[in-house]
Design a protein around this ligand. Structure first.
Ligand SMILES: [Ca+2]
Length: 178
């Protein structure tokens, strides 16, 4: 094979990997992104404006949510999607939680409930899993679940006695129309 052909092949491979990574990492497909009409309707606590619940949905793992001092488990959030959707996967991101200063601060056991009826009713649990400490975790929702409202419960962290952090939550799937 000629050098030019090899270079072209490598370039194509790199582009493929990059496109795939973009899809996973910061995607216009993220149904739980503020830019796609998602918003936070309620939360049980937040540490401050710079560690706010809304920063779970800003698409940026550098910014996230922290609990208030010694707030009890479970931490609870209710999100509204921009449009009714069918969700087939969720990404939880602990990548930039402050593990170096607060070991075990990352969220650990999470539960996701969905509703198509309203922000305060009709919720069904579709996922209850442990997520990684200081890393991101992509979880399938199988079978896919229809949702307009999503309740997130954080049942535990990796050991910090005072605070819990989570940097980002993303939901993947497709709109199903009104
Ligand atoms: Ca964020």
């Amino acid at each position: 094979m000629q050098k030019g052909a090899i270079a072209a092949l490598l370039l194509a491979l790199l582009v493929t990997v990059y496109v795939f990574w973009e899809r996973v990492d910061d995607s216009p497909d993220d149904l739980l992104h503020l830019d796609n009409g998602a918003r936070v309707l309620s939360f049980s606590s937040e540490y401050s404006d710079s560690w706010a619940a809304a920063l779970l949905l800003d698409g940026d793992a550098d910014y996230g949510w922290a609990s208030a001092d010694e707030a009890p488990f479970p931490h609870e959030f209710v999100f509204e999607l921009g449009t009714p959707s069918e969700i087939n996967a969720v990404l939880f991101d602990n990548t930039n939680a402050e593990e170096s200063g607060y070991p075990g601060i990352s969220a650990r056991q999470v539960e996701l409930l969905v509703s198509t009826q309203g922000a305060t009713r009709g919720f069904t649990s579709v996922l209850k899993e442990e997520i990684g400490q200081g890393t991101h975790t992509l979880l399938d929702i199988s079978p896919p679940a229809q949702a307009r409202w999503i309740k997130l419960l954080i049942h535990s962290n990796w050991g910090d006695a005072v605070y819990t952090e989570l940097m980002e939550v993303k939901a993947y799937g497709q709109a199903i129309g009104e």
